[in-house]
Design a protein around this ligand. Sequence first.
Ligand code: UGA
Ligand code: MN
Length: 326
Amino acid sequence: MRLSIKMYLIIFISASVILYQYHLSNAWLISQNSQEFHVLNPKTNEKLRNVSLFNITSSISNSTRPTTPCFQELEDVLPPLYVITPTYRRPEQLAELTRLSHTLMLVKNVFWIVVEDATSKTPLVGELLKKTGLKYEHLIAPMPEQYRKKKKGPKPRGVSNRNRGLQWIRQNAKTGVLYFADDDNTYDLQLFAEIRYTKRVSMFPVGLITKLGVSSPIVRNGRFSGFYDGWVAGRKFPVDMAGFAVSVEFLLKRPKALMPFKPGFEEDGFLKSLEPFEPQDIELLASNCTKILVWHTQTKKNEPSQPLDFAKYNNTNLVMLKQILV
Ligand code: UGA
Ligand code: MN
């Protein structure tokens, strides 16, 4: 009899301790959330607090990305990021797009505008896009014949694609930020977090450019003081395509802004077409351009795959694999 009273006492004390701890942890969560969101207005604050608590609980029960309305509300308070990616059919295309899509799947409120330099959409690219669950637009914009036929010298790669992307933005976007992301570069997630708040044009270093190894604005005493780039060639903005982002509102106020079909001068031509805009107006990102958040990686060119001996391999998996390859 005495023993069971003792046991009741132990159970009662344990339950009290657990309840008290639970109360403490709730109070802690709420105080953490109010600290985190104190800079926002009360309505947004409330939304974020709900979402944050939702994320904490959902991450316990479900490790996949939540898609409930609650999570979308959080996405809606972030300025949208419009990522324009030119791409074209070649042996590496699906590999490059797979890699880039997996990066973008980790970015919130992103809209991927994939523009193929082709006369018709590649079905496999369409399938890849669908699979990502991202918000996207699949467009085509072939390089004009006069440039494609060019035998000598470099071609204006990705220009018709990017201009098509700009046209789509003019027709469909009102706010947010646009970024030209070639399919073969490497992007740090921090880059997307930083460019999202671009007011006019932001710039940042790009690694693996020319023999210098980097292309970047030069920052002296915290201020812009020129460009460091291995190929200046009289350009007003000697930067790489991956080295800047533009506010959509800023772009919309410049209806003539476009990229020229001028190999090597695409970035410069486009940035100049954003006038009035001077190098002094640049917003410097990546901790005053001391970090590299994007790399100009280049994939080794692969030869197109050799023809398949259909007589020998008919009725095998190789027939299907061959359909994927270029
Ligand atoms: C460098 C710059 O980083 C590019 O931003 C610039 O467009 C290019 O030079 C140029 O001016 O020619 P690079 O790595 O040499 O880039 O060029 P690619 O990666 O081969 O092409 C740039 C983008 O255009 C890629 O996204 C690629 O998929 C696309 N592209 C390339 C086409 O859509 N069509 C083509 O025929 C070739
Ligand atoms: Mn490239």
